[in-house]
Design a protein around this ligand. Structure first.
Ligand code: CO8
Length: 257
C-alpha cells in the first residue's frame, strides 16, 4: 500500500498515478521512495507501465520546494541522488514506460517524463525546467536528458531561461510524441500499450536495452552491441513462434520465453 501512488492494472498494463493533489503532485522524498519501491517490486506479469499524475491540472509540478528550501549542500546532493536513482530505475526497467503527461511537467516533473521511454501529453500540458529561477539547476538528470531529447541549443534555452513551453511546442521539438484532449490521454496511452503488448516481450526488452545502451557508445561499439543482443533473440522460443506464425499465416502467441 502506498500513500502517494495509485496503482491499477488491466490486461498486463499498469497505470501508476502520482497523487499529492495539494502540491500539484510535487515530488517529496517520501513519494520518490514509494516510486523507487514500486519499480523495484513491479509484478513480472506487467508488460507496459503508464505513469500519470492525479487530477486534470498537473502531472508533477516539480520536486517539493518546501522540502528543499533549507537543505545544505550535502543534503541537496543526497536529495538529488534519490530522485536521479529512482528515475534511472524507470529508464532501465525491462518494460516500456509511457509518460501520460496530463498537465504541468515542471522541473522534476519534466525530468520524470524524460526518464520514461515515450511521452504523450494533454493539450493543457506545460513543460519546463524552471530551477535556475529558484537558485538551483535541474537535479534529477535534466541537464543530461533534455539535451539528448531536444538538442543542446533548445535544452540550454529552456534551462537558462526557465521558460515553460506548451504542448504544441513540446510536440514541435520532439519532447512529446503526440498531444491529445485531456479526456483522451489515458485512452491513447492504453491503445499504444496494447500494441506493445501484442509484440514479443523479450524482443521489446532487448530493443529498449539496445536503444538505451547504444546512445552513449561510439558507432562501432553500438553496432557490435546490437549484433550481440540480436543473436540472443534467436535463443528465445518467441523468435521461433513469431517467425513460424508469419510463415504459416497465423497470429503469433508469444509466451515471454
Ligand atoms: N513544490 C512544493 N509545492 C508546490 C510545488 C512544488 N514544486 N508546485 C506547486 N506547489 C504547491 C503550491 O505551493 C500551492 O500550495 P498552497 O495551496 O499550499 O499554496 C499548490 O501547490 C498549488 O499551486 P499554485 O497555487 O502555485 O497553483 P497555480 O495554478 O497558481 O500555479 C504552477 C501552478 C505554475 C505549477 C506553480 O505552482 C509553480 O510554479 N510551481 C512550482 C514549479 C517549479 O518551480 N517546479 C520546479 C521545482 S524545482 C525541481 O523540480 C528541481 C528538481 C531537481 C531537484 C534536485 C534536488 C537537489
Amino acid at each position: 500500500m502506498y500513500n502517494f501512488l495509485k496503482v491499477s492494472t488491466e490486461n498486463a498494463v499498469c497505470t501508476l498515478t502520482i497523487s499529492a493533489p495539494k502540491s500539484l503532485n510535487a515530488l517529496n522524498s517520501n513519494i520518490l521512495k514509494e516510486l523507487g519501491d514500486f519499480i523495484d517490486h513491479i509484478d513480472e506479469s506487467i508488460r507496459v507501465l503508464i505513469i500519470t499524475g492525479d487530477g486534470e491540472k498537473s502531472f508533477v509540478a516539480g520536486a517539493d520546494i518546501s522540502e528543499m528550501q533549507n537543505l545544505n549542500a550535502e543534503e541537496g546532493e543526497t536529495f538529488g541522488r534519490l530522485g536521479a536513482q529512482v528515475f534511472r530505475k524507470i529508464e532501465v526497467l525491462g518494460i516500456p514506460v509511457i509518460a501520460a503527461v496530463n498537465g504541468f511537467a515542471l522541473g522534476g516533473g519534466c525530468e520524470l517524463a524524460m526518464a520514461c521511454d515515450i511521452r504523450i501529453c494533454s493539450e493543457n500540458a506545460k513543460f519546463g525546467q524552471p530551477e535556475v529561477g529558484l537558485g538551483i539547476i535541474p537535479g534529477f538528470s535534466g541537464t543530461y536528458r533534455l539535451a539528448k531529447l531536444v538538442g543542446m541549443g533548445y535544452a540550454k534555452e529552456m534551462i537558462y531561461t526557465g521558460k515553460a513551453i506548451r504542448a504544441d511546442e513540446a510536440l514541435r521539438i520532439g519532447l512529446v510524441n503526440a498531444v491529445y484532449p485531456q479526456a483522451e490521454l489515458l485512452g491513447a496511452a492504453n491503445k499504444m500499450a496494447a500494441k506493445i503488448c501484442a509484440m514479443a516481450p523479450i524482443a521489446i526488452k532487448y530493443a529498449k536495452e539496445c536503444i538505451n545502451a547504444e546512445y552513449d557508445l561510439a558507432a562501432d561499439d553500438a553496432i557490435a552491441y546490437e549484433n550481440k543482443v540480436f543473436g540472443k533473440c534467436f535463443a528465445t522460443n518467441d523468435q521461433k513462434e513469431g517467425m513460424t506464425a508469419f510463415l504459416t499465416k497465423r497470429e503469433a502467441q508469444f509466451k515471454n520465453n
